[in-house]
Design a binder for this molecule. Sequence first.
Ligand code: APR
Length: 230
Amino acid sequence: MKKNVVVLTGAGISAESGIKTFRDSDGLWENYRIEDVANYDSFEKDSELVTKFYNARRRQLTTTEPNEGHKQLVRLEDKFNVVVITQNVDNLHEKAGSKKIIHLHGELTKACSVSDTTEIYDIGYHDITPMDVDKNGDMLRPFIVWFGEAVPMLEPAIAEVQKADILIIIGTSLVVYPAAGLMHYAPKNCKKYLVDPKRPDADLSGITFIQEKASVGVKQVVDEILAQNQ
Ligand code: APR
């Protein structure tokens, strides 16, 4: 019976691929305050600014490649049931070859209807323009879970963590809930690792902390897991 490995990633795993984190550059995300672009009120106030912001983030994906952090995780796919739960909206885990991925905060390569966020469209790297409408003629918006909005994939994510034998947390400041609370759903005997160059401000008791950037630390964790589960 294969063991279950759950990986919880944040912006830090994509940092070495050139995608900026949210809280390392004094709260600016690509020169915008997160609050100004990542919430529904901002979209209501200025849908053009917010849509243009995410169009730029989406276009950036065309020239962004996964780094060793993403790639090392794929080494676990054969011997373990691996689920990657990511807060990231990029597609680097997909590009690296991870098979089962849960996006907690949405995906840049998708759009949804303004009137029904469960009506989702794959748009790849295309811009969303004011002319794009859903089947009822309503505007499209980025398929991103903005601050204050429900996290539709939370239940499936909790269910995966509840049956984890191993949990690997990579590159998240653990300040945004409910994602930051997921680790508390892990079973008592779950082996936990955390990879981050900075020690997050969270209770890390029972967690093996690897103070490294993802491209170095994830390999260390994967090597140890493979060695311990020959
Ligand atoms: N390798 C690993 N971790 C790194 C690296 C790296 N090369 N560089 C930075 N980090 C770490 C930082 O030390 C920090 O702990 O990545 C983390 C980034 O934290 P945040 O910028 O807060 O990103 P994240 O935790 O993913 O934010 C959560 O907040 O803005 C919302 O919805 C957005 O999903 C996002 C959520």
